[in-house]
Design a protein around this ligand. Structure first.
Ligand code: AMP
Length: 275
């Protein structure tokens, strides 16, 4: 039922006669967050493709490219458990994605330089480089992204606009563990003690959202947020932004989002909450 394809050309040939292709790009080590995207794709398209590829161009030299969990066998079993026809694209080597060189494709937008982009310089350039290449190979009708990486989702939408691609980019809700921690392939890096403490991030976001909704004066809320950050320097950032451009907010407006990156030892926990 499932088909594992490791060659870009073979995938292109396989997909050429389908009317609608749903696509979920991932780096593998699948969890329920990834599977929620795949389920949505299955419901909306004639055929669904999930790619599993740890993309070297989106990791900085000091990051975890070498140790990133590669669990293809387990991932294939999790996909098989959905009992649907799903194409798994697991490129057999980097040449399948970058046949000539790894020349970088940048989206020229201020959003790529703030928040996660500031914390991880060049990260989004690597992401847009690989997603552009994957889109060329898969030619999806619809592509599914998790709002766990909200900034990435907006940047991919921007890329599709800039390149005038006929692809619908769909953002889906964050899937969380029982204690509120956003699921992530990197959560297994945490010690038992860190894992216990990690729900602090989502709890903080919920409590800030409550305060914002109760407090009619945004200035008061921003003052509170500033004080909170001074007392919690472990947050690499914790910002109230507008949902479309991620610009900081200083006057009342609708469509807001709280975005956080929390440093837990060597691990960066990413989370957000829409308001
Ligand atoms: P990754 O394998 O981490 O590159 O993620 C692949 C896709 O899964 C991205 O679109 C992520 O935003 C999405 N994703 C990761 N974690 C979650 C989650 N907890 N809930 C929903 N989507 C997620």
């Amino acid at each position: 039922m499932n088909k594992v394809i490791t060659s870009s050309l073979e995938l292109k040939h396989f997909l050429k006669d389908y009317q609608s292709i749903g696509y979920v790009p991932t780096m593998g080590n699948l969890h329920d967050g990834h599977l929620s995207l795949l389920k949505k794709s299955l419901a909306e398209n004639e055929i669904s493709v999930i790619s599993i590829y740890v993309n070297p161009t989106q990791f900085a030299a000091n990051e975890d490219f070498d140790t990133y969990p590669r669990t293809l066998k387990e991932d294939i079993s999790k996909i098989a458990a959905l009992s649907k026809e799903i194409i798994i694209f697991a490129p057999k080597n980097d040449k399948e994605i970058y046949p000539q060189n790894k020349s970088i494709f940048k989206v020229d937008h201020p959003m790529t330089k703030i928040l996660e982009g500031k914390l991880r310089p060049g990260h989004f350039d690597g992401v847009t480089t690989v997603v552009k290449r994957l889109f060329e190979i898969v030619t999806p009708t619809r592509a599914y992204f998790g709002k766990k990486d909200y900034q990435q989702y907006l940047i991919i939408k921007e890329m599709v606009k800039i390149l005038n691609l006929d692809i619908e980019v769909i953002g889906l809700p964050i899937i969380r563990e029982e204690d509120g921690l956003a699921m992530s392939s990197r959560n297994n890096y945490m010690s038992a003690e860190q894992r216990k403490a990690a729900s602090f991030v989502s709890k903080t976001l919920i409590s800030l959202k409550d305060q914002l909704e109760k407090n009619s004066h945004i200035e008061d809320f921003l003052k509170h947020l500033d004080d909170f950050k001074k007392n919690h320097p472990e947050f690499n950032y914790l910002e109230l932004c507008d949902k479309k451009q991620l610009l900081p907010v200083n006057k009342p407006c609708k469509d807001l989002i709280l975005l956080a990156n929390y440093q837990m030892g060597d691990i960066k926990l990413l989370d957000n909450l829409e308001i």
